[in-house]
Design a protein. Structure first.
Length: 180
């Protein structure tokens, strides 16, 4: 599959079939994330992969509540990647202060997308989650309370695989050459 096809294939999946995922497949996704470039090569992340079925259910329950039920689909996920933000290097921290940009979040986004693109190539569906209960996730996974959980990725095989049409801004609205 060429890269353009892979980009079109990668989408947020919210209808998992519950089938378990072999660890070697998850390892390939982690490896893709590991190879992600980062500011000053800081690699400010740790991917905690959850594939124990009982723990997966507990993590899923941390992604929704009685009022905010939009992530209830995670009950059918086969695994999760919980991405913990780790300290950067002295150079990346100094650069962030100087430029007033937190490179760790940009780096994290790139690593998560590498993970998700690899998953798509391997016929896995993913959904990046920003809404979850961080204290409960930390408690479940023995993540130190001083650490910050940046994102979660719900992972599984899609129940009814199909590539949906993407609704995006026109190229002219989101890009230009040589001037704003």
């Amino acid at each position: 599959m060429d890269f353009s096809e892979l980009i079109k294939k990668r989408q947020s999946v919210r209808n998992f079939n519950g089938k378990t995922i072999d660890r070697d497949i998850l390892d390939k996704c982690v490896e893709a994330a590991r190879l992600t470039p980062s500011a000053c090569n800081a690699q400010p992340w740790k991917f905690v992969v959850v594939d124990n079925p009982e723990l997966v259910k507990k993590v899923a329950s941390c992604t929704y509540g009685p009022i905010a039920r939009f992530n209830k689909f995670t009950d059918d996920a086969a695994a999760f990647a919980v991405i913990v933000i780790e300290p950067g290097t002295l150079a990346s921290i100094a650069g962030a202060v100087y430029s007033n940009l937190d490179y760790a979040y940009m780096d994290l986004g790139m690593a998560v997308e590498h993970f998700c693109l690899q998953a798509a190539e391997l016929e896995l569906g993913t959904c990046i989650l920003g809404w979850f209960k961080p204290k409960e996730i930390k408690r479940l996974l023995n993540i130190p309370m001083r650490k910050k959980v940046g994102l979660l990725i719900a992972i599984g095989y899609e129940k009814e695989p199909r590539i949906r049409a993407k609704s995006r801004k026109a190229t002219e609205q989101m890009s230009s050459y040589n001037k704003y």
